[in-house]
Design a protein around this ligand. Structure first.
Ligand SMILES: [Zn+2]
Length: 62
């Protein structure tokens, strides 16, 4: 179980996490990828990040 380090909210479902596109905000990712951060829906603390819109590593078994 993941808990927010800021407000200790339990992050058990996607509803507890707010995904925010940071491409325009940060500007350091200008490739054809979209960069997202995962924020706590309660306090807005950034918990994690990831790239969406890009293929996962090739060669992965299904
Ligand atoms: Zn929080």
């Amino acid at each position: 179980m993941v808990h927010c380090p800021e407000c200790q909210s339990t992050l058990s479902s996607s509803e507890d996490i707010a995904f925010e596109e940071t491409e325009a905000r940060t500007g350091f990712v200008r490739a054809s990828k979209r960069f997202y951060t995962a924020n706590c829906a309660s306090c807005g603390m950034t918990i994690g990040s990831g790239v969406a819109g890009a293929k996962a590593n090739g060669g992965g078994a299904t």
